[in-house]
Design a protein around this ligand. Structure first.
Ligand code: ADP
Ligand code: MG
Length: 457
């Protein structure tokens, strides 16, 4: 039976689909096309060189055996990059090249960033690129979506909405999309701004009777990047204007990307119609980086600064700075500053004394001690804290204890739930999120928690 390239690839995709999580298949394999089938190679194309590399890297082990099972033992799978949406290259343009070679050949020459990108709104920081973003489990899906959007704005995931805590790389990703588009498609206009800047610009436009110009300006961009979308909270006329801007852009298949510290439905006072618009595309979360990613980020930052830092020192920092990438960077900078001022080299001891002084080791701290301190600070007993009572003051103190166990000890949610009367993990997550929100909104509460934290150290 003679198969065409398309038929062969369709069969292989069918088998791959059931072996992969839906979103992986949808993001990476669904956009591929079969190009040609020769005696010993099946050639497919991916929409970007990044996608080609990613597929090779992550799915090569799955795909190659499927290819061989279908087509023959020594068959190769080759993957090329589509230069534009659908154009393809014949197989004989790349005789015998392996996957990586092809990906390499197709990689566009890095061109310097234009000094003036066509941007509207805030400036893009040229340092914040996709290449400099370290990818790990906590952010790989968000990153992949950003890469896809940057490669083909308006085509696939529109709008893209990313949410997650402070210092986890959301702003970085927005700038990175903007920089990538400005470099690869200089004819497109990119607008980067925070939702607060959008509000201010709107107010100024209303005051100066220039709303028509305002509308024309934002409704005509090709890529709209909105940072800190949670600032739309409760601002009705801004939301109204944003709604129309969004519709105009979306109708014209222009890309909209938003980032926020929380999911759309958790932004207080965000209108239902905006929440539902955001759900038209993809909403995804960036989580806190795990230890492995924190190490990788530190190594990359050290490399970028051309610093040789002892692995033990990096590990020490990575183990202690758990909450965000910004915290990691802060610790590294602190060490560097101290070592260059004092002319001491960075040893694990120095790291311990410097980083340890702000972020005391949590190793010896136990969850029981946390409960004890929280109970004391709220004038309760530990038993009350762990009881099933839902009385408000108790529930609040319990949420604080959960929050501290999570942020200081990184305990799994299920384990925290067990410690507090067998509550399930979604209840725990909900309680912790409530504390996090209150920490942002209520300075008095923040002081109280900081004091508790210091005492625990
Ligand atoms: P957010 O907007 O989510 O609060 P930022 O994008 O401002 O966070 O990130 C904080 C800092 O950490 C920035 O300097 C950013 O470049 C850096 N950063 C965050 N995530 C990563 C990552 N995955 N790889 C490299 N740097 C990162
Ligand atoms: Mg930010």
């Amino acid at each position: 039976m003679e198969l065409t390239a398309q038929e062969a690839w369709a069969k292989i995709l069918e088998s791959a689909r059931v072996r992969l999580p839906g979103h992986s298949f949808h993001t990476w394999l669904a956009p591929t096309r079969a190009i040609a089938l020769s005696e010993d190679t099946l050639l497919i194309s991916a929409p970007s060189h990044f996608a080609a590399e990613w597929i090779e890297d992550k799915y090569g082990e799955l795909l190659v055996p499927l290819v061989r099972r279908l087509l023959g033992d020594s068959f190769k799978l080759a993957i090329e990059t589509r230069a534009d949406g659908d154009s393809t290259q014949p197989l004989d343009a790349m005789p015998g090249a392996g996957l990586a070679e092809i990906a390499e050949r197709e990689r566009p020459e890095p061109s310097p960033l234009p000094t003036v990108a066509r941007t509207v709104g805030g400036e893009l920081n040229p340092q914040l690129t996709l290449e400099r973003f370290v990818v790990g489990r906590s952010n790989e899906f968000a990153f992949a979506l950003c890469q896809a959007v940057a490669d083909a704005p308006g085509r696939h995931y529109n709008p893209l909405f990313i949410h997650g805590g402070v210092g986890l790389g959301k702003t970085h990703l927005l700038h990175a999309i903007g920089n990538h588009v400005a470099r690869t498609c200089p004819a497109l206009t990119v607008a980067y701004l925070t939702s607060e800047q959008f509000t201010n610009a709107l107010i100024a436009a209303i005051r100066n009777r220039r709303t028509a110009q305002f509308q024309a300006r934002y409704r005509s961009v090709d890529v709209l990047l909105v940072d800190d979308a949670h600032f739309l909270a409760g601002k009705h006329s801004t939301q109204e204007e944003f709604f129309h801007t969004f519709n105009a852009l979306h109708d014209a298949r222009k890309q909209v990307v938003l980032v926020s510290d929380r999911a759309p439905q958790q932004i207080p006072g965000l209108e239902e119609r905006l929440i539902s618009r955001f759900a038209w595309g993809v909403v995804t979360e960036i989580a806190r980086p795990d230890l492995e990613t924190r190490m990788a980020i530190l190594q990359r930052k050290a490399e970028e600064q051309q610093l040789e830092i002892d692995e033990q020192v990096l590990l020490f920092i990575a183990e202690r700075c758990r909450s965000s990438v910004r915290e990691l960077e802060g610790a590294l900078i602190k060490l560097l500053a101290f070592s260059s001022l004092s002319k001491q080299s960075i040893t694990p001891e120095l790291a311990r004394s410097l980083v340890g002084s702000t972020l005391a080791p949590h190793r010896d701290l136990s969850a029981d001690e946390i409960d004890q301190s929280v109970a004391e600070s709220f004038g309760l007993t530990v038993d009350q804290l762990r009881s099933k009572s839902r009385q408000r003051q108790l529930a609040h103190a319990r949420a604080v204890a959960m929050y501290l166990e999570r942020s200081l000890l990184d305990l799994p949610y299920t384990q925290i739930g067990q410690r507090f009367g067998g509550r399930d993990h979604s209840t725990v997550i909900h309680s912790i999120q409530k504390v996090e929100r209150q920490l942002e909104d209520d300075p008095g509460f923040r002081t109280q928690i900081d004091a508790l934290r210091t005492r625990l150290r």
